[in-house]
Design a protein around this ligand. Structure first.
Ligand code: M6R
Length: 599
Protein backbone atom coordinates (compact mmCIF):
# COMPACT_ATOMS: atom_id res chain seq x y z
CA UNK A 1 0.00 0.00 0.00
CA UNK A 2 1.71 3.18 -1.22
CA UNK A 3 5.41 3.10 -1.97
CA UNK A 4 8.15 5.71 -1.82
CA UNK A 5 11.34 6.04 -3.83
CA UNK A 6 14.01 8.73 -3.70
CA UNK A 7 17.39 9.20 -5.36
CA UNK A 8 20.28 11.60 -4.93
CA UNK A 9 23.47 11.05 -6.87
CA UNK A 10 25.06 11.68 -10.24
CA UNK A 11 22.69 9.90 -12.64
CA UNK A 12 19.35 10.99 -14.03
CA UNK A 13 16.89 10.49 -11.18
CA UNK A 14 13.72 10.09 -13.29
CA UNK A 15 14.37 6.61 -14.61
CA UNK A 16 15.68 5.37 -11.25
CA UNK A 17 12.56 6.67 -9.49
CA UNK A 18 10.20 5.21 -12.10
CA UNK A 19 11.92 1.80 -12.12
CA UNK A 20 11.82 1.78 -8.34
CA UNK A 21 8.11 2.60 -8.36
CA UNK A 22 7.53 -0.24 -10.82
CA UNK A 23 9.16 -2.60 -8.35
CA UNK A 24 6.72 -1.33 -5.71
CA UNK A 25 3.66 -1.80 -7.91
CA UNK A 26 2.93 -5.09 -6.15
CA UNK A 27 2.02 -3.14 -3.00
CA UNK A 28 -1.11 -1.82 -4.69
CA UNK A 29 -1.75 1.76 -5.85
CA UNK A 30 -4.07 3.84 -7.98
CA UNK A 31 -1.96 6.88 -8.90
CA UNK A 32 1.71 7.76 -8.99
CA UNK A 33 4.04 10.71 -9.25
CA UNK A 34 7.63 11.90 -9.17
CA UNK A 35 9.43 15.17 -8.48
CA UNK A 36 12.75 15.82 -10.22
CA UNK A 37 14.97 18.56 -8.78
CA UNK A 38 17.57 20.34 -10.97
CA UNK A 39 19.07 23.81 -11.41
CA UNK A 40 15.76 25.02 -12.90
CA UNK A 41 13.77 24.00 -9.87
CA UNK A 42 11.46 21.14 -8.91
CA UNK A 43 9.53 19.49 -11.75
CA UNK A 44 6.45 17.50 -10.80
CA UNK A 45 4.83 14.77 -12.89
CA UNK A 46 1.85 12.83 -11.63
CA UNK A 47 -0.99 10.78 -13.03
CA UNK A 48 -3.92 8.65 -12.02
CA UNK A 49 -3.56 4.97 -12.96
CA UNK A 50 -0.48 2.89 -13.57
CA UNK A 51 3.22 3.78 -13.74
CA UNK A 52 2.90 3.41 -17.50
CA UNK A 53 0.44 6.33 -17.43
CA UNK A 54 2.90 8.35 -15.38
CA UNK A 55 5.77 7.54 -17.75
CA UNK A 56 3.69 8.94 -20.58
CA UNK A 57 3.56 12.40 -18.93
CA UNK A 58 7.16 12.60 -17.68
CA UNK A 59 9.17 15.11 -19.69
CA UNK A 60 12.26 13.26 -20.91
CA UNK A 61 14.16 16.55 -21.33
CA UNK A 62 14.23 17.23 -17.61
CA UNK A 63 17.57 15.98 -16.38
CA UNK A 64 17.87 15.92 -12.60
CA UNK A 65 20.18 14.16 -10.15
CA UNK A 66 17.80 14.40 -7.21
CA UNK A 67 14.20 13.28 -6.96
CA UNK A 68 11.42 11.61 -5.00
CA UNK A 69 8.46 9.48 -6.11
CA UNK A 70 5.41 7.74 -4.75
CA UNK A 71 2.67 5.28 -5.64
CA UNK A 72 -0.55 6.20 -3.84
CA UNK A 73 -3.35 3.92 -2.63
CA UNK A 74 -6.21 6.30 -1.92
CA UNK A 75 -7.32 6.78 1.68
CA UNK A 76 -8.14 10.51 1.96
CA UNK A 77 -9.72 11.59 -1.30
CA UNK A 78 -10.39 9.70 -4.52
CA UNK A 79 -7.67 8.33 -6.76
CA UNK A 80 -7.00 11.33 -9.01
CA UNK A 81 -4.18 13.37 -10.46
CA UNK A 82 -4.78 16.16 -7.98
CA UNK A 83 -4.62 13.83 -4.98
CA UNK A 84 -1.59 11.96 -6.35
CA UNK A 85 1.76 12.71 -4.67
CA UNK A 86 4.07 14.65 -4.64
CA UNK A 87 2.29 17.55 -2.94
CA UNK A 88 3.68 21.06 -2.70
CA UNK A 89 3.49 23.83 -0.16
CA UNK A 90 1.60 27.01 -1.06
CA UNK A 91 4.69 28.81 -2.41
CA UNK A 92 6.00 25.70 -4.16
CA UNK A 93 9.17 25.73 -2.04
CA UNK A 94 8.58 22.33 -0.42
CA UNK A 95 7.61 19.12 -2.24
CA UNK A 96 6.71 16.00 -0.34
CA UNK A 97 5.60 12.37 -0.71
CA UNK A 98 4.02 10.49 2.18
CA UNK A 99 2.83 6.98 3.02
CA UNK A 100 0.54 6.50 6.01
CA UNK A 101 -2.32 8.34 7.65
CA UNK A 102 -2.19 11.60 9.63
CA UNK A 103 -4.90 11.24 12.27
CA UNK A 104 -4.88 14.82 13.58
CA UNK A 105 -5.00 16.47 10.17
CA UNK A 106 -8.13 18.54 10.97
CA UNK A 107 -6.80 19.81 14.31
CA UNK A 108 -3.51 20.83 12.70
CA UNK A 109 -5.31 22.66 9.90
CA UNK A 110 -7.53 24.48 12.36
CA UNK A 111 -4.67 25.45 14.67
CA UNK A 112 -1.91 26.41 12.22
CA UNK A 113 -3.14 26.58 8.65
CA UNK A 114 -6.39 28.52 8.57
CA UNK A 115 -4.90 30.96 6.07
CA UNK A 116 -3.75 28.25 3.66
CA UNK A 117 -5.76 27.12 0.64
CA UNK A 118 -5.48 23.39 0.24
CA UNK A 119 -5.32 21.99 -3.27
CA UNK A 120 -5.91 18.28 -2.62
CA UNK A 121 -8.17 16.23 -0.36
CA UNK A 122 -5.22 14.38 1.14
CA UNK A 123 -4.04 14.35 4.73
CA UNK A 124 -0.50 14.61 3.33
CA UNK A 125 -0.83 18.22 2.27
CA UNK A 126 -1.04 19.34 5.87
CA UNK A 127 2.54 18.13 6.43
CA UNK A 128 4.08 20.08 3.60
CA UNK A 129 2.10 23.22 4.45
CA UNK A 130 3.21 23.00 8.08
CA UNK A 131 6.87 22.73 7.08
CA UNK A 132 6.48 25.85 4.94
CA UNK A 133 4.73 27.73 7.72
CA UNK A 134 7.45 26.93 10.28
CA UNK A 135 10.30 27.45 7.81
CA UNK A 136 9.53 31.16 7.78
CA UNK A 137 11.08 31.41 11.24
CA UNK A 138 13.65 28.60 11.27
CA UNK A 139 15.93 26.41 9.19
CA UNK A 140 14.29 23.68 7.11
CA UNK A 141 15.60 20.86 9.29
CA UNK A 142 14.14 22.50 12.41
CA UNK A 143 10.82 23.16 10.62
CA UNK A 144 10.69 19.56 9.50
CA UNK A 145 11.38 18.31 13.03
CA UNK A 146 8.81 20.68 14.51
CA UNK A 147 6.20 19.43 12.03
CA UNK A 148 6.93 15.79 12.73
CA UNK A 149 6.60 16.32 16.47
CA UNK A 150 3.05 17.54 15.88
CA UNK A 151 1.89 14.60 13.75
CA UNK A 152 -0.27 11.81 15.14
CA UNK A 153 -0.49 8.72 12.98
CA UNK A 154 1.78 6.90 10.59
CA UNK A 155 4.19 8.28 8.07
CA UNK A 156 7.08 7.57 5.79
CA UNK A 157 8.09 10.85 4.19
CA UNK A 158 10.55 12.12 1.60
CA UNK A 159 10.74 15.87 1.05
CA UNK A 160 12.60 18.32 -1.18
CA UNK A 161 13.29 21.97 -0.37
CA UNK A 162 13.83 24.16 -3.43
CA UNK A 163 16.20 26.27 -1.33
CA UNK A 164 18.32 23.30 -0.19
CA UNK A 165 19.56 21.57 -3.33
CA UNK A 166 21.38 18.25 -2.96
CA UNK A 167 19.25 17.11 -0.02
CA UNK A 168 16.31 14.80 0.62
CA UNK A 169 14.63 15.13 4.01
CA UNK A 170 13.15 11.79 5.07
CA UNK A 171 11.33 10.55 8.15
CA UNK A 172 9.45 7.52 9.41
CA UNK A 173 6.87 6.52 11.99
CA UNK A 174 5.02 3.17 11.78
CA UNK A 175 5.35 3.04 7.95
CA UNK A 176 8.48 1.41 6.59
CA UNK A 177 11.34 3.42 5.05
CA UNK A 178 14.92 2.46 4.22
CA UNK A 179 17.94 4.42 3.05
CA UNK A 180 20.06 2.63 0.45
CA UNK A 181 23.78 3.41 0.36
CA UNK A 182 25.81 3.47 -2.88
CA UNK A 183 29.29 4.60 -3.98
CA UNK A 184 28.27 8.12 -4.98
CA UNK A 185 24.57 8.10 -4.29
CA UNK A 186 21.88 7.39 -1.73
CA UNK A 187 18.38 6.09 -2.33
CA UNK A 188 15.20 6.16 -0.25
CA UNK A 189 12.70 3.31 -0.51
CA UNK A 190 9.74 1.75 1.24
CA UNK A 191 11.16 -1.66 0.46
CA UNK A 192 14.67 -2.83 -0.45
CA UNK A 193 13.11 -4.54 -3.46
CA UNK A 194 12.61 -1.14 -5.13
CA UNK A 195 16.33 -0.35 -5.20
CA UNK A 196 18.08 -3.72 -5.04
CA UNK A 197 19.31 -3.17 -8.58
CA UNK A 198 21.20 -0.10 -7.32
CA UNK A 199 22.57 -1.38 -3.99
CA UNK A 200 22.23 -4.15 -1.44
CA UNK A 201 23.36 -1.92 1.46
CA UNK A 202 20.46 -0.43 3.41
CA UNK A 203 20.09 1.52 6.62
CA UNK A 204 16.95 0.72 8.58
CA UNK A 205 15.04 3.64 10.07
CA UNK A 206 13.21 3.33 13.35
CA UNK A 207 9.99 5.08 14.29
CA UNK A 208 10.27 8.80 14.91
CA UNK A 209 13.60 9.21 13.19
CA UNK A 210 14.56 11.65 10.45
CA UNK A 211 17.39 11.43 7.94
CA UNK A 212 19.08 14.21 6.05
CA UNK A 213 20.12 12.41 2.89
CA UNK A 214 22.83 13.76 0.59
CA UNK A 215 24.72 12.17 -2.29
CA UNK A 216 27.58 11.10 -0.04
CA UNK A 217 26.08 10.89 3.46
CA UNK A 218 22.93 10.15 5.40
CA UNK A 219 22.62 11.65 8.89
CA UNK A 220 19.99 10.17 11.17
CA UNK A 221 18.43 11.98 14.12
CA UNK A 222 15.61 11.32 16.53
CA UNK A 223 12.84 13.86 16.91
CA UNK A 224 14.82 15.57 19.69
CA UNK A 225 17.55 16.25 17.15
CA UNK A 226 19.98 13.78 18.75
CA UNK A 227 22.35 12.00 16.36
CA UNK A 228 21.77 8.28 15.77
CA UNK A 229 24.59 6.14 14.40
CA UNK A 230 23.46 3.05 12.48
CA UNK A 231 25.44 0.86 10.12
CA UNK A 232 23.90 -0.44 6.90
CA UNK A 233 22.90 -4.09 6.62
CA UNK A 234 23.09 -6.26 3.51
CA UNK A 235 19.64 -6.95 2.04
CA UNK A 236 19.64 -10.62 1.14
CA UNK A 237 17.48 -10.29 -1.91
CA UNK A 238 18.24 -12.05 -5.12
CA UNK A 239 17.35 -9.83 -8.07
CA UNK A 240 15.96 -12.91 -9.89
CA UNK A 241 13.58 -13.51 -6.96
CA UNK A 242 11.74 -10.36 -7.86
CA UNK A 243 11.60 -10.93 -11.60
CA UNK A 244 8.78 -12.86 -13.30
CA UNK A 245 11.19 -14.69 -15.60
CA UNK A 246 9.23 -16.59 -18.24
CA UNK A 247 6.02 -16.63 -16.18
CA UNK A 248 3.06 -14.57 -17.35
CA UNK A 249 2.21 -13.67 -13.74
CA UNK A 250 3.93 -13.57 -10.38
CA UNK A 251 1.04 -15.54 -8.90
CA UNK A 252 1.72 -18.52 -11.15
CA UNK A 253 5.45 -18.32 -10.46
CA UNK A 254 4.81 -18.20 -6.73
CA UNK A 255 2.40 -21.15 -6.86
CA UNK A 256 5.10 -23.14 -8.64
CA UNK A 257 7.72 -22.14 -6.08
CA UNK A 258 5.87 -23.87 -3.25
CA UNK A 259 7.68 -27.24 -3.36
CA UNK A 260 11.01 -25.41 -3.25
CA UNK A 261 9.85 -23.23 -0.36
CA UNK A 262 8.86 -26.30 1.68
CA UNK A 263 12.30 -27.82 1.05
CA UNK A 264 13.98 -24.54 2.05
CA UNK A 265 11.94 -24.45 5.25
CA UNK A 266 12.92 -28.00 6.15
CA UNK A 267 16.58 -27.06 5.69
CA UNK A 268 16.30 -23.78 7.55
CA UNK A 269 14.76 -25.45 10.59
CA UNK A 270 17.04 -28.53 10.69
CA UNK A 271 20.07 -28.73 12.97
CA UNK A 272 23.38 -30.39 12.01
CA UNK A 273 21.96 -33.85 12.71
CA UNK A 274 18.89 -33.29 10.53
CA UNK A 275 16.53 -32.93 13.47
CA UNK A 276 13.97 -30.08 13.42
CA UNK A 277 14.98 -27.24 15.69
CA UNK A 278 13.57 -23.92 16.90
CA UNK A 279 15.28 -21.44 19.25
CA UNK A 280 15.09 -22.60 22.86
CA UNK A 281 13.71 -19.21 23.92
CA UNK A 282 10.72 -19.61 21.60
CA UNK A 283 10.06 -23.15 22.72
CA UNK A 284 10.18 -22.17 26.39
CA UNK A 285 7.75 -19.32 25.65
CA UNK A 286 5.44 -21.88 24.04
CA UNK A 287 5.80 -24.28 26.96
CA UNK A 288 5.23 -21.49 29.47
CA UNK A 289 1.91 -20.46 27.89
CA UNK A 290 -1.41 -21.79 29.12
CA UNK A 291 -3.09 -20.53 25.93
CA UNK A 292 -1.90 -19.21 22.62
CA UNK A 293 -3.59 -16.35 20.78
CA UNK A 294 -2.94 -16.29 17.05
CA UNK A 295 -3.61 -12.85 15.57
CA UNK A 296 -3.58 -12.23 11.81
CA UNK A 297 -5.53 -10.97 8.79
CA UNK A 298 -6.77 -12.50 5.54
CA UNK A 299 -4.80 -15.44 4.23
CA UNK A 300 -2.50 -15.35 7.24
CA UNK A 301 -5.49 -15.81 9.54
CA UNK A 302 -6.52 -18.85 7.46
CA UNK A 303 -3.04 -20.28 8.01
CA UNK A 304 -3.59 -19.48 11.70
CA UNK A 305 -6.74 -21.63 11.77
CA UNK A 306 -4.73 -24.57 10.46
CA UNK A 307 -1.99 -23.67 12.95
CA UNK A 308 -4.51 -23.97 15.79
CA UNK A 309 -5.20 -27.58 14.82
CA UNK A 310 -1.50 -28.32 14.56
CA UNK A 311 -0.56 -26.75 17.90
CA UNK A 312 -3.50 -28.28 19.76
CA UNK A 313 -2.91 -31.75 18.31
CA UNK A 314 0.91 -31.83 18.36
CA UNK A 315 1.75 -29.63 21.34
CA UNK A 316 -1.39 -29.99 23.42
CA UNK A 317 -1.76 -26.25 24.10
CA UNK A 318 -5.15 -24.53 23.62
CA UNK A 319 -5.18 -21.96 20.83
CA UNK A 320 -7.54 -19.14 19.86
CA UNK A 321 -7.38 -17.52 16.43
CA UNK A 322 -8.42 -13.88 16.09
CA UNK A 323 -8.71 -11.40 13.26
CA UNK A 324 -6.38 -8.53 14.11
CA UNK A 325 -8.92 -5.89 13.04
CA UNK A 326 -11.44 -7.27 15.57
CA UNK A 327 -9.13 -8.24 18.39
CA UNK A 328 -7.77 -4.74 18.92
CA UNK A 329 -11.17 -3.25 19.77
CA UNK A 330 -12.84 -6.25 21.34
CA UNK A 331 -10.19 -8.07 23.28
CA UNK A 332 -11.37 -11.36 24.79
CA UNK A 333 -10.79 -12.18 28.41
CA UNK A 334 -7.19 -13.33 28.38
CA UNK A 335 -5.83 -16.33 30.23
CA UNK A 336 -3.19 -16.03 32.91
CA UNK A 337 -0.10 -16.85 30.82
CA UNK A 338 -0.86 -16.03 27.21
CA UNK A 339 1.58 -16.14 24.32
CA UNK A 340 0.68 -14.18 21.19
CA UNK A 341 1.61 -15.37 17.74
CA UNK A 342 1.35 -12.79 14.95
CA UNK A 343 1.28 -14.28 11.47
CA UNK A 344 2.03 -11.83 8.67
CA UNK A 345 3.66 -12.38 5.31
CA UNK A 346 4.71 -8.75 5.03
CA UNK A 347 5.28 -8.08 8.71
CA UNK A 348 3.82 -4.62 8.08
CA UNK A 349 0.05 -5.11 8.37
CA UNK A 350 -1.27 -2.17 10.39
CA UNK A 351 -4.17 -4.07 11.99
CA UNK A 352 -1.80 -6.72 13.35
CA UNK A 353 0.74 -4.16 14.39
CA UNK A 354 -1.77 -2.21 16.41
CA UNK A 355 -2.64 -5.38 18.37
CA UNK A 356 1.04 -6.10 18.89
CA UNK A 357 1.52 -2.63 20.37
CA UNK A 358 -1.38 -3.24 22.82
CA UNK A 359 -0.08 -6.69 23.72
CA UNK A 360 3.36 -5.28 24.49
CA UNK A 361 1.79 -2.52 26.58
CA UNK A 362 0.06 -5.22 28.60
CA UNK A 363 3.45 -6.85 29.14
CA UNK A 364 2.82 -10.09 27.24
CA UNK A 365 5.27 -11.99 25.03
CA UNK A 366 4.81 -12.12 21.28
CA UNK A 367 6.19 -14.20 18.46
CA UNK A 368 5.96 -13.03 14.84
CA UNK A 369 5.92 -15.50 11.96
CA UNK A 370 6.82 -13.49 8.87
CA UNK A 371 8.43 -13.61 5.48
CA UNK A 372 10.26 -10.33 5.92
CA UNK A 373 13.22 -10.15 8.28
CA UNK A 374 13.49 -6.74 9.91
CA UNK A 375 9.84 -5.93 9.24
CA UNK A 376 7.95 -3.91 11.84
CA UNK A 377 6.13 -6.90 13.36
CA UNK A 378 9.38 -8.82 13.52
CA UNK A 379 11.29 -5.99 15.17
CA UNK A 380 8.61 -5.24 17.71
CA UNK A 381 7.86 -8.81 18.81
CA UNK A 382 10.03 -10.71 21.28
CA UNK A 383 10.73 -13.52 18.84
CA UNK A 384 10.58 -14.13 15.10
CA UNK A 385 10.28 -17.22 12.93
CA UNK A 386 10.97 -16.63 9.25
CA UNK A 387 9.07 -18.19 6.38
CA UNK A 388 11.99 -18.41 3.92
CA UNK A 389 9.50 -18.13 1.06
CA UNK A 390 11.38 -15.45 -0.89
CA UNK A 391 9.62 -12.22 -1.90
CA UNK A 392 5.91 -12.68 -2.58
CA UNK A 393 4.92 -10.08 -5.16
CA UNK A 394 1.43 -11.10 -6.35
CA UNK A 395 -1.25 -9.55 -4.17
CA UNK A 396 -2.89 -12.95 -3.81
CA UNK A 397 -0.86 -14.79 -1.22
CA UNK A 398 0.04 -18.37 -2.17
CA UNK A 399 3.51 -19.52 -1.18
CA UNK A 400 3.41 -17.46 2.01
CA UNK A 401 0.28 -19.39 3.10
CA UNK A 402 1.88 -22.80 2.64
CA UNK A 403 5.10 -21.54 4.23
CA UNK A 404 3.10 -20.27 7.24
CA UNK A 405 1.39 -23.64 7.65
CA UNK A 406 4.71 -25.49 7.34
CA UNK A 407 6.45 -23.27 9.91
CA UNK A 408 3.47 -23.61 12.28
CA UNK A 409 3.69 -27.39 11.87
CA UNK A 410 7.39 -27.32 12.78
CA UNK A 411 6.71 -25.02 15.76
CA UNK A 412 3.92 -27.31 17.00
CA UNK A 413 6.02 -30.44 16.49
CA UNK A 414 9.17 -29.12 18.20
CA UNK A 415 7.05 -27.83 21.11
CA UNK A 416 5.27 -31.19 21.48
CA UNK A 417 8.58 -33.02 21.39
CA UNK A 418 10.09 -30.65 24.00
CA UNK A 419 7.06 -31.31 26.17
CA UNK A 420 7.83 -35.02 26.03
CA UNK A 421 4.68 -35.94 24.12
CA UNK A 422 5.00 -39.14 22.14
CA UNK A 423 4.42 -37.98 18.59
CA UNK A 424 3.94 -40.62 15.99
CA UNK A 425 5.16 -38.35 13.21
CA UNK A 426 8.39 -38.01 11.24
CA UNK A 427 7.77 -34.39 10.18
CA UNK A 428 10.87 -34.02 8.01
CA UNK A 429 9.82 -37.07 6.02
CA UNK A 430 6.19 -35.96 5.81
CA UNK A 431 7.14 -32.45 4.62
CA UNK A 432 9.35 -34.09 1.99
CA UNK A 433 6.32 -36.09 0.82
CA UNK A 434 4.35 -32.83 0.75
CA UNK A 435 6.96 -31.11 -1.44
CA UNK A 436 6.77 -34.00 -3.93
CA UNK A 437 2.96 -33.94 -3.90
CA UNK A 438 3.03 -30.17 -4.51
CA UNK A 439 5.24 -30.76 -7.53
CA UNK A 440 2.75 -33.28 -8.90
CA UNK A 441 -0.08 -30.78 -8.47
CA UNK A 442 1.84 -27.93 -10.07
CA UNK A 443 2.42 -30.27 -12.99
CA UNK A 444 -1.33 -30.85 -13.36
CA UNK A 445 -2.28 -27.26 -14.22
CA UNK A 446 -4.39 -28.21 -17.25
CA UNK A 447 -6.72 -30.18 -14.95
CA UNK A 448 -7.33 -27.12 -12.79
CA UNK A 449 -7.67 -24.87 -15.80
CA UNK A 450 -10.28 -27.32 -17.07
CA UNK A 451 -12.16 -27.15 -13.76
CA UNK A 452 -12.13 -23.34 -13.94
CA UNK A 453 -13.44 -23.52 -17.50
CA UNK A 454 -16.15 -26.02 -16.66
CA UNK A 455 -17.40 -24.54 -13.41
CA UNK A 456 -16.69 -20.83 -13.41
CA UNK A 457 -16.93 -19.25 -16.85
CA UNK A 458 -20.11 -17.31 -16.12
CA UNK A 459 -20.45 -17.95 -12.39
CA UNK A 460 -21.67 -15.08 -10.25
CA UNK A 461 -20.87 -16.99 -7.09
CA UNK A 462 -19.09 -20.11 -5.88
CA UNK A 463 -19.07 -21.97 -2.59
CA UNK A 464 -16.22 -23.92 -1.05
CA UNK A 465 -17.23 -26.50 1.51
CA UNK A 466 -15.30 -28.75 3.83
CA UNK A 467 -15.29 -30.06 7.34
CA UNK A 468 -12.62 -29.85 10.00
CA UNK A 469 -9.31 -28.69 8.50
CA UNK A 470 -10.82 -28.74 4.98
CA UNK A 471 -13.23 -26.01 6.05
CA UNK A 472 -10.30 -23.71 6.81
CA UNK A 473 -8.76 -24.45 3.42
CA UNK A 474 -12.14 -23.73 1.82
CA UNK A 475 -12.06 -20.26 3.41
CA UNK A 476 -8.70 -19.67 1.78
CA UNK A 477 -9.91 -21.04 -1.58
CA UNK A 478 -12.85 -18.64 -1.48
CA UNK A 479 -10.65 -15.68 -0.62
CA UNK A 480 -8.30 -16.50 -3.50
CA UNK A 481 -11.16 -16.77 -5.98
CA UNK A 482 -12.97 -13.61 -4.89
CA UNK A 483 -9.93 -11.38 -4.65
CA UNK A 484 -8.58 -12.04 -8.13
CA UNK A 485 -11.61 -13.07 -10.24
CA UNK A 486 -14.24 -10.90 -8.46
CA UNK A 487 -16.61 -13.87 -8.35
CA UNK A 488 -18.47 -13.76 -5.07
CA UNK A 489 -17.07 -16.77 -3.22
CA UNK A 490 -17.53 -18.06 0.33
CA UNK A 491 -16.18 -20.92 2.36
CA UNK A 492 -18.60 -22.86 4.56
CA UNK A 493 -18.39 -25.67 7.06
CA UNK A 494 -20.23 -28.53 5.31
CA UNK A 495 -22.46 -29.17 8.30
CA UNK A 496 -23.59 -25.54 8.47
CA UNK A 497 -25.13 -25.51 4.99
CA UNK A 498 -28.50 -26.75 6.13
CA UNK A 499 -28.61 -24.08 8.82
CA UNK A 500 -29.11 -21.36 6.26
CA UNK A 501 -26.70 -21.22 3.38
CA UNK A 502 -28.30 -24.01 1.40
CA UNK A 503 -31.03 -21.50 0.54
CA UNK A 504 -28.53 -19.92 -1.86
CA UNK A 505 -28.08 -23.10 -3.89
CA UNK A 506 -29.84 -23.09 -7.23
CA UNK A 507 -29.39 -24.83 -10.53
CA UNK A 508 -25.78 -24.57 -11.62
CA UNK A 509 -24.34 -22.99 -8.44
CA UNK A 510 -20.70 -24.12 -8.34
CA UNK A 511 -19.80 -25.90 -5.09
CA UNK A 512 -16.23 -27.08 -4.63
CA UNK A 513 -15.87 -29.60 -1.81
CA UNK A 514 -12.68 -30.80 -0.15
CA UNK A 515 -12.57 -34.34 1.23
CA UNK A 516 -9.17 -35.06 2.74
CA UNK A 517 -10.12 -36.07 6.28
CA UNK A 518 -11.07 -39.67 7.03
CA UNK A 519 -13.18 -38.83 10.07
CA UNK A 520 -15.53 -36.55 8.10
CA UNK A 521 -15.29 -38.21 4.69
CA UNK A 522 -18.78 -39.67 4.91
CA UNK A 523 -20.39 -36.51 6.25
CA UNK A 524 -18.88 -34.10 3.74
CA UNK A 525 -19.96 -36.40 0.93
CA UNK A 526 -23.48 -36.34 2.38
CA UNK A 527 -23.34 -32.52 2.28
CA UNK A 528 -22.28 -32.65 -1.35
CA UNK A 529 -25.31 -34.85 -2.10
CA UNK A 530 -27.59 -32.37 -0.33
CA UNK A 531 -26.45 -29.47 -2.50
CA UNK A 532 -26.34 -31.60 -5.68
CA UNK A 533 -29.97 -32.59 -5.03
CA UNK A 534 -30.82 -28.87 -5.19
CA UNK A 535 -29.08 -28.33 -8.51
CA UNK A 536 -25.52 -27.39 -7.47
CA UNK A 537 -22.71 -28.08 -9.89
CA UNK A 538 -20.46 -30.00 -7.51
CA UNK A 539 -16.74 -30.63 -7.76
CA UNK A 540 -15.16 -32.92 -5.18
CA UNK A 541 -11.43 -32.73 -4.59
CA UNK A 542 -10.49 -35.68 -2.42
CA UNK A 543 -7.36 -37.48 -1.30
CA UNK A 544 -6.02 -40.81 -2.42
CA UNK A 545 -7.31 -43.46 -0.06
CA UNK A 546 -10.49 -41.50 0.67
CA UNK A 547 -11.57 -41.12 -2.95
CA UNK A 548 -14.78 -42.20 -4.62
CA UNK A 549 -15.91 -42.62 -8.18
CA UNK A 550 -17.64 -39.24 -8.47
CA UNK A 551 -14.53 -37.24 -7.45
CA UNK A 552 -13.29 -34.62 -9.89
CA UNK A 553 -9.69 -34.62 -8.70
CA UNK A 554 -7.75 -36.90 -6.36
CA UNK A 555 -4.82 -35.41 -4.44
CA UNK A 556 -1.73 -37.49 -3.66
CA UNK A 557 -1.94 -38.96 -0.14
CA UNK A 558 -0.16 -36.97 2.59
CA UNK A 559 -0.29 -36.95 6.39
CA UNK A 560 -3.81 -35.99 7.44
CA UNK A 561 -2.68 -33.06 9.62
CA UNK A 562 -0.75 -31.55 6.71
CA UNK A 563 -3.37 -31.83 3.95
CA UNK A 564 -3.87 -28.01 3.67
CA UNK A 565 -0.37 -27.80 2.21
CA UNK A 566 -1.53 -29.73 -0.83
CA UNK A 567 -5.30 -29.23 -0.96
CA UNK A 568 -4.86 -25.47 -1.25
CA UNK A 569 -2.90 -25.76 -4.51
CA UNK A 570 -5.84 -26.79 -6.73
CA UNK A 571 -7.83 -23.92 -5.21
CA UNK A 572 -5.04 -21.43 -5.94
CA UNK A 573 -4.81 -22.67 -9.52
CA UNK A 574 -8.57 -22.72 -10.08
CA UNK A 575 -8.71 -19.09 -8.87
CA UNK A 576 -5.79 -18.18 -11.09
CA UNK A 577 -7.37 -19.63 -14.24
CA UNK A 578 -10.82 -18.26 -13.44
CA UNK A 579 -9.31 -14.77 -13.15
CA UNK A 580 -7.22 -15.22 -16.26
CA UNK A 581 -10.23 -16.35 -18.32
CA UNK A 582 -12.15 -13.27 -17.17
CA UNK A 583 -9.36 -10.98 -18.24
CA UNK A 584 -8.68 -9.79 -14.69
CA UNK A 585 -5.37 -8.29 -13.64
CA UNK A 586 -4.25 -11.39 -11.72
CA UNK A 587 -1.26 -9.91 -9.91
CA UNK A 588 -2.80 -6.55 -9.12
CA UNK A 589 -6.48 -7.05 -8.37
CA UNK A 590 -8.65 -3.96 -8.16
CA UNK A 591 -8.87 -2.08 -4.86
CA UNK A 592 -6.32 -4.32 -3.14
CA UNK A 593 -2.86 -3.72 -1.79
CA UNK A 594 -0.20 -6.27 -0.98
CA UNK A 595 0.92 -4.69 2.21
CA UNK A 596 -2.00 -3.20 4.11
CA UNK A 597 -0.34 -0.47 6.11
CA UNK A 598 -3.44 1.44 7.21
CA UNK A 599 -5.98 0.21 9.78
O1 M6R B 1 1.13 -9.42 5.08
P1 M6R B 1 0.01 -10.09 5.84
O2 M6R B 1 0.13 -11.57 5.82
O3 M6R B 1 -0.14 -9.56 7.24
O4 M6R B 1 -1.28 -9.70 5.04
C1 M6R B 1 -2.55 -10.08 5.52
C2 M6R B 1 -3.59 -10.00 4.43
O5 M6R B 1 -3.71 -8.68 3.97
C3 M6R B 1 -3.23 -10.90 3.26
O6 M6R B 1 -3.04 -12.21 3.67
C4 M6R B 1 -4.35 -10.88 2.19
O7 M6R B 1 -5.51 -11.43 2.71
C5 M6R B 1 -3.86 -11.62 0.96
N1 M6R B 1 -3.47 -10.69 -0.03
C6 M6R B 1 -4.86 -12.54 0.38
O8 M6R B 1 -4.33 -13.22 -0.70
Amino acid sequence: MCGITGYIGTNDAKEILLKGLEKLEYRGYDSAGIAAFNQDGIHIFKEKGRIADLRAVVDGNVNAQTGIGQTRWATHGAPSKINAHPHQSASGRFTLVHNGVIENESELKAKYLQDVTFISETDTEVIVQLVEKFSKKMETEEAFLKTLRLLNGSYAIAMLDAETPGTIFAAKNKSPLLIGVGEDFHVVASDAMAMIQMTDQFIELMDKEIVIVKKDRADIYNLNGEVIIREPYRAELDVTDIEKGTYPHYMLKEIDEQPLVIRKIIQAYQDGSGSLRIDDEIISAMLGADRIYIVACGTSSHAGLVGKQLIEKLADIPVEVHLASEFGYNMPLLCEKPLFIFISQSGETADSRSVLVKVKELGYRALTITNVPGSTLSREADYTLLLHAGPEIAVASTKAYTAQVAVLAILAFVTGRAKGLSLDLDLVKELGIIANAMETLCGAKEEFEQIATEYLPAAINCFFIGRSIDYFVGLEGALKLKEISYIQAEGFAGGELKHGTIALIEKGTPVIALATQAVVNGSIRANVKEVAARGAHTCIISMKGLDAEEDRFILPAVHELLTPLVSVIPLQLIAYYAALHRGCDVDKPRNLAKSVTVE
